[in-house]
Unconditional design. Structure first.
Length: 110
């Protein structure tokens, strides 16, 4: 599903969830949990995971590597700056040292 919304700053944001990103070439990992694209030329691929506490950092790194090809393809096709934002939380609430940095990239208001 996708949804385009008007932002409070007057721009438009497109949010896709549970949807494949169409690309010119075949990319095996082309379905992040959430894709956030705005008129300012930035696109965020947000992928959420709950893992065992010992694997939080490993899972975070896996998410970034998993979408590397898709990031490159989106940047070349749409001419936008693209970031992967892994939102990974351990089963008992454990987070990595990078968690707050990643989550701070997600806009609070649209």
């Amino acid at each position: 599903m996708s949804k385009s919304v008007e932002t409070s700053q007057g721009g438009k944001v497109t949010i896709l969830w549970n949807q494949q990103v169409q690309t010119d070439r075949t990319i095996p990992n082309n379905k992040p949990d959430i894709t956030h694209d705005n008129e300012k030329g930035t696109c965020m691929l947000i992928d959420v995971a709950i893992s065992g506490d010992r694997n939080v950092i490993k899972k975070e790194a896996h998410k970034i590597l998993k979408y590397k090809d898709l990031t490159i393809e989106i940047q070349s096709m749409w001419n936008v700056k693209t970031k992967v934002i892994p939102v990974t939380i351990g089963a008992t609430g454990t987070i990595s040292k990078s968690f707050r940095k990643y989550v701070s990239n997600i806009p609070e208001k649209t």
